[in-house]
Design a protein around this ligand. Structure first.
Ligand code: FES
Length: 94
């Protein structure tokens, strides 16, 4: 199991390693807005403040989207991330 800490609500939840961050957020009731869930709208943008190395690598679509925003590497699209270790996330939105 891995721990995901949602800073906005100070919500700490556990999930099996490899779970999609959007699934963790949905089950936990975290306050992250998901629009497309395909990595193309940006409403689910988060900052991974701890444990970025425990996140799946961004795919081409997510990487291109975030590069267009000039987002730093610790910003990810929650709908595109799988969690492989403990992380802390802060919700940013678009
Ligand atoms: S919900 Fe649209 S990019 Fe994640």
């Amino acid at each position: 199991m891995v721990k995901v800490h949602f800073l906005l609500e100070d919500l700490l939840v556990e999930a099996p390693a490899g779970t999609a961050l959007q699934a963790v957020a949905d089950v936990a009731g975290a306050d992250i807005t998901f629009g497309c869930r395909t990595g193309s709208c940006g409403t689910c943008r988060v900052q991974v403040t701890e444990g970025l190395e425990h996140c799946s690598a961004p795919g081409p679509e997510e990487r291109d989207f975030l590069q267009n925003l000039n987002a730093p590497p610790d910003q990810r699209l929650a709908c595109q991330v799988c969690v492989h270790g403990d992380i802390v996330v802060d919700y940013l939105g678009l």
